[in-house]
Unconditional design. Sequence first.
Length: 642
Amino acid sequence: MAKTYLALLRLVFAAVVLLAGAGPARGFYLPGVAPADFRKKDLLYVKVNQLSSIKTQLPYSYYSLPFCRPEIIVDSAENLGEVLRGDRIENSLYVFEMMEPRMCQIVCKLVLSEGDAKDLKEKIDDEYRINMILDNLPLIEPIKRLDQEGPTVYQHGVHVGIKGQYSGSKDEHHFIHNHFTFLVKYHKDANTDVARIVGFEVKPYSVKHEYDGDWKGTGTHLKTCDPHSRRLVANSDSPQEVEANKEIIFTYDVNFEESDIKWASRWDTYLLMTDDQIHWFSIINSLMIVLFLSGMVAMIMLRTLYRDISKYNQLENQEDAQEETGWKLVHGDVFRPPVHADLLCVYVGTGVQFFGMLLVTLLFAILGLLSPSNRGGLMTAMLLLWVFMGLFAGYSSSRLYKMFRGSEWKNVTIKTALVFPGVVFAIFFVLNALIWGEKSSGAVPFTTMFALVLLWFGISVPLVFVGSYLGFKKPAMEDPVRTNKIPRPIPEQPWYMNPVVSVLIGGILPFGAVFIELFFILTSIWLHQFYYIFGFLFLVFVILILTCAEITIVLCYFQLCGEDYQWWWRSYLTSGSSALYLFLYATFYFFTKLDITKAVSGVLYFGYMLIASYAFFVLTGTIGFYACFWFTRLIYSSVKID
């Protein structure tokens, strides 16, 4: 329990650091990402991270497989984001000396049991990768391009092994990568003897090692790898097959190479995007949608509405007004509270909370405070900001509820604090139970679950109540027109203004404005790639806001012209329906881009995408609601009502 409270204190401290955004005169570095200086023969400790696979999406601890283990395994300090991502960073037996090349270094010798061999074969079949870290820099493997042109392509991590045929056999065998040739790139200061690590690469080999005489540990003389006789590992012509009761000797080489890459640019290799043209196409595509909608809104606001308002304000008697049709005739009902008004207030408040979290997170990311070097920082910041934005959720929900003349503000506050996070936590708990059943390191420990609940009920819920109290104390917003006591009958609507049809139509354009960027986000999450183009993402976010607002205003105007005044929920659902298209696109992505074979992995994918779609619904729905809310108050405050 003490560790849980200590982790919470670290989270609060990290939040203060993030929100402060300032540092000493020398420069500002986030904890754990400051540059480290090394001199010749300084020890370099390689850490191991989770085993990951894009086929199963289930991470496992490095030492869940029969690899060489230190006498004492030490877990590195992990933040909340790292734990939720499934990172398990531990020490290893790979220790280098700075600028001191080593060849044919023996790590250990293992004899596989039946269970070990079975586990290794399963991991090789599922294409699991080993992830290592040196000086906070992930291990990458250069991949040969078929055309031999263009920049080198890198793969994050290195495969546990390979599966293939050998010695003319038609049967496929499993071979383990038991020899690693590491390359450490460093940038040296011209004026001093200090160097900084700027690259960590590897080439894996499968080698069936042989040795002379008895086994003498790391001092054993290998026949298959001897630097003195210039016999080095350069291929896998004699691979090490995975078999029970067979010896496997793990070895490595390490070379050092001076590089022109500076420490500040060392992440460029990992973040290199060769598809900037596609991103610009995404932005241009989205901007065209926004311009189209802006033109429609401008036509409505500047031409139609201006003409209508001028005409209505020039009417001299009520009889002339009765001859008119359109949006003015429903002025006595347009601000009538909707059915389930309390639930609408809850979702609007939750949407404000989500909007604030995303906006501040993107601003931090653009400023470089949430770089990939700050491992887990993005998810930690999002969780903390969600908690603190509970203040705005309570305030906005209670303000809207008071405008509806509601009196049970405490009930609305409780629902605002519990409904959305409760649904998400329930889904997350079920998915975590499935991961736990698979004995994956991605399962969130009980202490972390307790920390999440403590953040929720200890900070978020009280802040929602504080915001609701402040919002309910303020005077209620006055409607620009009076509401009639008797509801006006709604005339029969054409088929295209049917609520279901208009809501489904309204979600197409907001989704169309973001779906290309959505492809890159899904790729980074499910194919284990880094996503760091937050500048593009912020532009797409702004375009999403404009698109949701404009399409909702256009359809709301058409609805009011048809004398249908029940716009409250429809304005929320119109732009919120884009979440349905997001989930359908995620389903399409699953069957066309992913190679997930396990049923549990498929359940995890659709479970997490259901959470993402639910959050997207709350976000876009709230944007559309407030746009329509502003629009209706604006037009009805501009006309003279007798």
